[in-house]
Ligand binder design. Structure first.
Ligand code: NAD
Length: 491
């Protein structure tokens, strides 16, 4: 493959060219080879998990080691385990029925590696959002260039060190660096790109991939709503919403962004939510289990959204049980921490209702009827996740059928992402395509449709010169369709 020597990263481009050549000249990895690579990946993550927890915490300022274990290490290891167990059945050629006309032929789908794939990952869960797509790509037999986020540099350096050493740089090369590197990489003719990050950058990746016709999987963000029905157990719902919202201080793509609560119950909901938050985090500033906001820029954005909302009349209930902050203050700039906040009396004009919050601030919006809450969600961009709390099965199905989101969890938050057999992905502005489990394998595989002609076949009878025999066969073929029944060939 010809190299463009003007590229800002010649080493990576050379590695891409080598991987490209290897993917076209060597046989696809066997199940045993893929399994061995997945086991190596598992061993690397298991043996370096403490190092990763420390690096992620240092990158954030504060990030609970427990959250790294819960939300990065365990999901990565269990999804790899699931993949190893299922790999044989996923890789096997799949039988499909053959229409009568094509008897005695056979149909099969062969799953083949796409070749060389690019994975671009964000900072918020920098280990699992790199490792889980990587595992899926390897399971499908691909070589990978991984570009982790520049906002978590210690973690990205560890990924480079351990993945290249553990799996071989010919299997996975980690390209560290900034957005310029990511943009340059996404313009290379990869066989697939999986991008996780913001909707705005996702659109740039898709545009960069277009001239090469490189297929893209986009795992994006957005405002994921939570609807609480009046029949729900309010305290339980508020506690589960708080647990989901405040993990990683709200810096989670599927965190509940805002809550729609029956008007008569909003006060009780705010009280239950703040009380649950105070139980989870008896201290917020001096608490190693409560995350900092990842960067100065992200901290200032959140502080600005909060300030603007309060200046325009929103009421803020701040959770600061140990009184570590001055009265009415929610932010601590030297630790980059923001206390859990509930906002009421918000308006649509406020920035907090216009962009993905990605922080520990929960706007609570009152609604009068369930259909009004559904209409509110449907009038906005399709979200990555939706949460609904209710006890009535028929109403739950009604909400699921009448809203469209990437995924959903009923009577809890975020847990659909933890299901190893469910696909994970968005829709429209929250993403396209999916991975996790079998869908991860399929995303990085080409499904090659193959027809094997039989020794005996009717199709040899369909040939020029077209005469009476041809007309009879066509009549038979048409008669198998509702619209063609009773017709006579062309007439
Ligand atoms: P981001 O879009 O700013 O950056 C993500 C990655 O894209 C980084 O590695 C960055 O270097 C790279 N990048 C930057 N400019 C680029 C360009 N022009 N071309 C190619 N790549 C480029 O996102 P972020 O701030 O790191 O992450 C937060 C966002 O990600 C939120 O919107 C969140 O909802 C979303 N997210 C989605 C998921 C999901 O699974 N759907 C998971 C986590 C985060």
């Amino acid at each position: 493959m010809a190299l463009d020597t003007d590229m800002p990263f010649p080493d990576i481009e050379r590695r891409f060219a080598d991987m490209h050549t290897a993917s076209r000249t060597s046989p696809p990895w066997t199940k045993a080879e893929r399994t061995a690579l997945l086991r190596k990946l598992q061993a690397v993550i298991a043996s370096t998990r403490g190092e990763f927890a420390a690096a992620i915490s240092a990158d954030f300022g504060t990030r609970a080691h427990e959250e790294t274990l819960l939300a990065e290490v365990v999901p990565s290891l269990t999804l790899i385990e699931h993949t190893v167990k299922k790999l044989g059945s996923w890789m096997a050629p799949e039988r499909r029925p053959t229409a009568l006309t094509f008897w005695f032929g056979r149909n099969r789908i062969h799953y083949q590696p796409k070749g060389v794939v690019l994975i671009i990952s964000p900072w918020n869960y920098p280990l699992q959002l790199a490792v889980i797509p990587l595992a899926a790509a390897i399971a499908a037999g691909n070589r990978v260039i991984l570009k982790p986020s520049e906002l978590t540099p210690r973690t990205s350096a560890l990924l480079k060190q351990h993945l290249e050493l553990g799996l071989g740089a010919d299997v996975v090369t980690v390209a560290t660096g900034g957005a310029d590197i990511a943009a340059g990489l996404s313009a290379l003719p990869f066989d697939h790109i999986l991008f996780t990050g913001s909707t705005a950058v996702g659109a740039k990746v898709m545009a960069a991939a277009a001239p090469n016709l490189t297929p893209v999987t986009l795992e994006l963000g957005g405002k994921s709503p939570t609807i609480v029905h009046e029949a729900a157990d309010l305290e339980q719902a508020a506690g589960r919403i708080a647990r989901g919202k405040l993990m990683n201080a709200g810096q989670t793509c599927i965190a509940p962004d805002y809550a729609l609560v029956p008007r008569a119950r909003t006060k009780d909901f705010v009280a239950a939510y703040t009380s649950a938050a105070a139980t989870f985090y008896p201290r917020v500033i001096d608490n190693p289990q409560y995350s900092s906001i990842v960067s100065e820029r992200h901290f200032e954005r959140l502080a600005g959204l909060l300030r603007e909302a309060r200046n325009h009349g929103a009421r803020a209930d701040i959770v600061d049980p140990a009184r570590e902050l001055p009265s009415m203050e929610a932010t601590s700039s030297n630790t980059r921490k923001i206390a859990p906040v509930v906002l009421t009396d918000v308006t649509e004009a406020m920035g907090i209702m216009q962009e993905e919050i990605f922080g520990p601030i929960l706007p609570v919006l009152p609604y009068d009827t369930l259909d009004e809450a559904i209409a509110y969600v449907n009038a906005r961009p399709r979200p990555l996740a939706l949460y609904y709390f209710d006890t009535d099965r028929a109403r739950i199905e009604h909400v699921l059928q009448n809203t469209t989101s990437g995924g959903a969890t009923i009577n809890d938050t975020m847990l659909h992402i933890a299901q190893e057999d469910l696909p994970f992905g968005g829709i429209g502005p929250s993403g396209m395509g999916a991975y996790h489990g079998r869908e991860g394998f399929l995303t990085f595989s080409h499904a090659k449709a193959t027809f094997y002609q039989g020794r005996l076949t009717l199709t040899d009878l369909v040939r020029p010169p077209y005469g009476a025999r041809f007309q009879a066969i066509m009549k038979g073929a048409l008669s198998r369709t509702a619209a063609g029944r009773g017709s006579r060939g062309l007439s």
